[in-house]
Write a protein that binds this ligand. Structure first.
Ligand code: GCW
Length: 721
């Protein structure tokens, strides 16, 4: 055979297999990531066998938008997973039926007479039972959305291969408001979005509503997300105009059956820009009246409107302080406008406009803590996980545990502004776990952030959590297949902040990629290690905010071009001949005092401060000896190297999964790992070369020689590499 013949036969051979594959339906078909974790591909035959007799039909009595949607989901899901059409009926005439509903929607469920009060409005009970002498499974709830959550739970059991013959599960969400914040602009761009354009397509609304919005709502419902703020917190007043409210209402109509409520970010000066008033002073009666009328108008269009999300007096946004009023004056005025409709106001604590020479990490606490107990009953204070700004690692925010009379909710950033955007894999569940598990000592040992947030410590009426979304118009929603896991993880932790990262990873992999045991183990390990690896090659040992200015992709610890000191890396890392780090102890800014004892003393003492935060709290001498026995400089360098090594080995592990993962997603992720390796090297080299100009020490053994010079790294942003 000559070369051409050989090629031809390879092509024919390949085509043959593709054809056989498609006709048998068991070779992975085109996988573009669109279906996320709701793929519903047939389970392995051995597992299907076990399920078949237990999932013979779905019995949903009654109709309503939610009941219809959950019936559809169940039928599509089970039929796909079991490889056979599962019928929907409204009577139990088969063993193995799954009966779903509420006592109101379903006489069959009413007849069970179960007491479901403790499940609240969104919980569900999933139980094996007998009806008409037949073994059935019941999914019962107090609300149709609760029943929908039960359906998704049941589907997850199938997707992850769990036994379903003796079920007795009762669940309700631990946090009430489980919300995504979209930083979507009205022109379709997304601030800090790395997955395409805004999903909302404002220009087409309200006449045309993209079908994709239904999938967005389904996906959120599948992980229990029940609220969405549609527009950027750097808000445009027009989003509250009559024209845009109609568009928001069209979106709300699509989301409603899935239990997802709509919120809007409100620009504080909207009464001026939209209402033609001279001021937006919250004490001006005309201003308060304008907001009341605006709220009435919104609720006319969106009866279940959630309320306003507000970024005020932060990064140039207007706020009450613009009019010499304070945060409480502003928040409570808006709260009064939505209160008659049971709406809420979510006031962000990300405020750091302070005096010269201040410590930015102390600013949110300084600005907001004095108002504890003064916010109206329908105001929530949304606090970022750490005191600066979504850095790869931060200590927990000192406001958690410092506002016992305020309804504090955490804000996480699902989109990876500072963590390699959609090019680098950083599975964020471990990072969020770290925040939840942190002990604030607010009421003695065991006062974890989880307990502050879930209401068990301070018994606040409303609990919640927000995540800045990583979604966009890209076909795979998040710009890279593996970072879909962060959307999933956010929902799972919002539902139950006690779930382990490992469990979240394991579930997500089985639902999204494969149930092959070895592959699941490898991928779970890759996911759960990935965040620490990113910290290693970006900001080890407590470093932070040393990214390239503006876009924040890639390293630039030397960057000094921004107008304000606290937007420039040297402000944060404070490198000099003596050492590295921001002294936040008594000899420095003393912002460590914002924490409760004894955690305060632990952080404040160089000897006891966790090493992974050491330069966050201390200016650490280059030759300071760490627990490893190595000096600080050497340890820093080895962390950078370790990060690079991890990416290389993860890349290899991923390559080895090529037969197990479908070709399309396998290739797409492999490309991302290639970029991640490049990025990790650039991070390591640039940071070490730059910090070396201060430490004046050689790289320790085991750290590779930089590939380029510092000037070369300085010349070009990694974004344009
Ligand atoms: O992380 C910073 C971002 C800004 C963002 C701000 C915020 C929406 O760089 O883009 O603005 O935080 O959270 O308000």
């Amino acid at each position: 055979m000559n070369l051409q013949d050989k090629r031809r036969s390879v092509v024919i051979f390949t085509l043959f297999f593709v054809f056989v594959g498609f006709s048998l339906g068991n070779i992975s078909r085109a996988e573009d990531g669109y279906r996320l974790w709701l793929r519903y591909e047939p389970l392995p035959e051995s597992i299907r066998q076990q399920y078949r007799s237990r999932v013979s039909a779905i019995v949903v009595q009654g109709t309503s938008p939610t009941l219809n949607a959950l019936r559809d989901e169940f039928v599509t899901g089970c039929s796909g997973l079991l490889g056979t059409q599962i019928p929907a009926t409204d009577t139990v005439n088969l063993a193995g039926a799954v009966v779903v509903g509420t006592a109101k929607s379903s006489p069959l469920i009413a007849r069970l007479n179960w007491s479901l009060t403790e499940l609240g409005t969104e919980g569900f009970r999933l139980r094996s039972a007998t009806m008409n002498g037949r073994a059935v499974t019941v999914i019962a709830a107090n609300s149709e959305v609760g029943a929908f959550y039960g359906v998704f739970h049941f589907l997850r059991l199938l997707q992850t291969g769990q036994p379903i013959n003796k079920l007795d599960v009762s669940q309700k969400p631990r946090l009430q408001l489980r919300m995504l914040n979209h930083w979507d602009n009205l022109n379709g761009s997304i601030e800090r979005g790395y997955a395409g354009r805004s999903l909302w397509k404002w220009e087409e609304l309200p006449d045309k509503v993209d079908d994709r919005l239904r999938d967005y709502a389904r996906i959120n419902a599948s992980i229990g997300v029940n609220a969405t703020a549609l527009n950027n917190v750097n808000a445009n007043s027009r989003s509250l105009s009559a024209e845009y409210l109609k568009k928001a209402a069209a979106i709300a109509n699509v989301f409603r059956p899935y239990g997802v409520r709509v919120f809007l970010s409100a620009r504080f000066s909207a009464p001026i820009e939209l209402g033609g008033l001279k001021t937006a002073d919250p004490f001006d009666p005309a201003v308060a009246e304008w907001w009341k009328k605006k709220a009435d108008e919104i609720y006319q269009l969106i009866p279940d409107f959630g309320g306003f999300l507000v970024k005020a007096n932060s990064e140039g946004q207007p706020g009450p302080r613009t009019y010499n009023r304070n945060h409480v004056d502003g928040a409570n005025m808006l709260a009064a406008a939505v209160a008659p409709h049971n709406g809420i106001v979510i006031w962000r604590a990300f405020v750091y406009d302070m005096k010269e020479g201040y410590d930015r990490a102390a600013a949110a606490y300084d600005n907001l803590q004095p108002f504890d107990g003064k916010f109206a009953a329908n105001v929530l204070l949304q606090v970022k996980n750490g005191p600066i700004d979504f850095q790869p690692r931060e200590p927990f925010h000192p406001l958690f545990g410092a506002m016992p009379k305020t309804q504090v909710i955490p804000e996480f950033q699902i989109t990876q502004e500072y963590l390699g955007q959609s090019n680098n894999l950083a599975f964020l569940a471990p990072m969020w776990r770290e925040v939840f598990d942190a002990d604030t000592y607010a009421k003695g040992k065991g006062s974890t952030v989880t307990k502050v947030v879930d209401g068990s410590l301070y018994k606040q009426k409303i609990t919640g959590i927000a995540g800045v979304a990583n979604t966009g118009s890209d076909r795979n929603w998040t710009g890279q297949d593996l970072t879909q896991s962060n959307w999933y993880a956010f929902g799972r932790l919002a539902w139950n902040p006690d779930v382990s990262s490992k469990q979240i990873a394991d579930e997500w992999i089985r639902m999204t990629f494969t149930t092959d045991a070895k592959a699941v183990a490898t991928l779970t390990r890759i996911l759960t290690e990935s965040h620490e690896a990113v910290v290693d090659y970006m900001t080890p040992l407590g470093l932070n905010h040393i990214m390239w200015g503006g876009h924040h992709y890639g390293p630039a610890p030397w960057w000094n071009r921004e107008g304000r000191a606290d937007w420039n890396p040297p402000y944060f890392h404070r490198a000099d001949e003596k050492g590295l780090g921001f002294d936040r102890t008594k000899s420095g800014s003393n912002s460590v005092a914002q924490y409760h004892g004894p955690v305060r003393e632990v952080f404040a003492n160089l000897q006891t401060c966790p090493e992974n935060l050491i330069v966050w709290f201390h200016h650490v001498p280059w030759d300071y000896q760490l627990k490893s026995g190595r000096i600080f400089w050497d340890e820093l360098a080895l962390h950078y190297q370790r990060g690079v090594d991890w990416v290389r080995s993860a890349r290899k592990d991923w390559a080895a999964l090529s037969g197990v993962i479908d070709a399309e997603r396998h290739a797409a992720v492999a490309k991302k790992f290639e970029l991640q390796e490049r990025d990790a090297i650039v991070w390591r080299d640039s940071c070490l070369l730059y910090f070396q100009t201060f430490s004046k020490r050689p790289l320790p053994a085991g750290v590779e020689k930089p590939a380029k010079t510092l000037d070369e790294y300085k010349a070009k942003s990694l974004l344009n590499w």
